[in-house]
Design a protein around this ligand. Structure first.
Ligand code: SF4
Ligand code: SF4
Length: 350
């Protein structure tokens, strides 16, 4: 904290390289929030821009039925110079908990995942490459008013910690990490099959999406015959059905490089404050055990979701039988990470 201004911990950005992929548009299948000033500026440049929201909170309207933000044209932003802050900052995500912690949304195909293979501590790695303007936008929003939100998150965490201490189940976050870093838990038979994604009938906007090189993202939907992959239209609705396959009901074999990438991803997730901050508020649903046991279970279950989505993506794309490759696991991470970060925590997001 400098004076009254909190600082953003950017250790989890270190070592990564980023460059937006032309023709992707994945992050624009969203309704980004616009501050009042951003809304005024957007309307000055694009008078037809439409917003939704109430109580002073505005979001750019997206096309109905899983479509993209109304300002996306030919997979390019038609208001790039005045796009609101979530768009300026993506793929950086800042969790407002007991501190401000930045990490990367690894669903973005512009983020190089090689850094996940390095087992060195993040804090000692070289600075991130390609994220200067995104970080500058984050820094512009850090101010004294965030102090209140940090205090609120600390209060919510404090209530949970005290309840767990009374039951003898609390373990400090850094001790949980120290224990699990030395042996990152990977998914086991008990973690399969994983829960299905929502079905297409529940609403296309609820489905996990990923970029696979085609114009328009692909969404994964749960269904009777397995998980279905569907290509979405910018204007909303389904462009085409790409196939459905059942998710694995037991752990599939992984090649050694695939194991290494999965472990690296789970190591990254363990370092996110968002992990403990999302698991512990659910403590009334959790089984007997300590915080370390729950986080271990959660990491194994995250790993099983990544692997299951990797298997489905690979099969829909026509992969032959054989151990899952590192490239397939990377596809599983892309199809999962954003989804797993859209969760409630004892904190907030910037
Ligand atoms: S998801 Fe990443 S690569 Fe794709 S448009 Fe957004 S920032 Fe660019
Ligand atoms: S404002 Fe532009 S960058 Fe942001 S979601 Fe809409 S089209 Fe994408």
């Amino acid at each position: 904290m400098i004076g009254n201004e909190p600082e953003v911990d950017t250790a989890l950005l270190r070592g990564f390289r980023y460059g937006c992929r032309p023709g992707c548009g994945l992050c624009c299948f969203a309704q980004p929030r616009a501050d009042p000033e951003e809304r005024r500026e957007l309307l000055r440049i694009v008078p037809t821009a439409e917003f939704v929201g109430s109580g002073g909170v505005s979001y750019l309207r997206a096309h109905a039925d899983g479509g993209a933000c109304g300002l996306l044209e030919d997979l390019r932003c038609s208001a790039h110079g005045v796009r609101p802050h979530p768009c300026q900052e993506f793929p950086i995500h800042v969790h407002v908990g007991t501190r401000l912690q930045a990490s990367l949304v690894l669903s973005c195909p512009g983020v190089d995942l090689d850094s996940l293979l390095d087992s060195a501590p993040y804090a000692g790695r070289p600075p991130a490459v390609g994220l200067d303007s995104e970080l500058a936008s984050v820094e512009r929003r850090v101010g004294p008013t965030l102090g209140r939100r940090l205090q609120d998150a600390s209060r919510r965490r404090g209530r949970i910690v005290r309840a767990l201490e009374r039951e003898g189940r609390w373990v400090e976050e850094e001790d949980v990490r120290r224990t699990l870093r030395s042996k990152i838990p990977t998914p086991a038979a008990v973690d399969y099959p994983v829960d299905d994604p929502p079905s297409a009938e529940d609403g296309l906007e609820l489905l996990p999406i990923y970029f696979d090189g085609r114009p328009g993202p692909v969404a994964l939907a749960g269904g009777m015959g397995g998980w279905e992959a569907v290509e979405l239209r910018t204007s909303g609705g389904i462009e085409r059905h790409l196939g459905a396959v059942p998710p694995p009901s037991s752990p599939p074999p992984l090649s050694p490089p695939a194991e290494k990438l999965l472990t690296g991803y789970l190591r990254y997730f363990l370092e996110r404050d968002l992990l403990l901050a999302s698991v512990l508020p659910r403590m009334s649903e959790l089984p007997e055990g300590t915080v370390t046991d729950w986080v271990e279970d959660e990491l194994r279950s995250i790993g099983a979701i990544v692997v299951s989505r990797a298997v489905v993506r690979a099969k829909v794309a026509g992969a032959r039988e054989g151990p899952l490759t590192a490239s397939a696991v990377a596809d599983g991470i892309r199809a999962t990470d954003q989804d797993l970060m859209d969760v409630g925590t004892w904190g907030d997001r910037l």
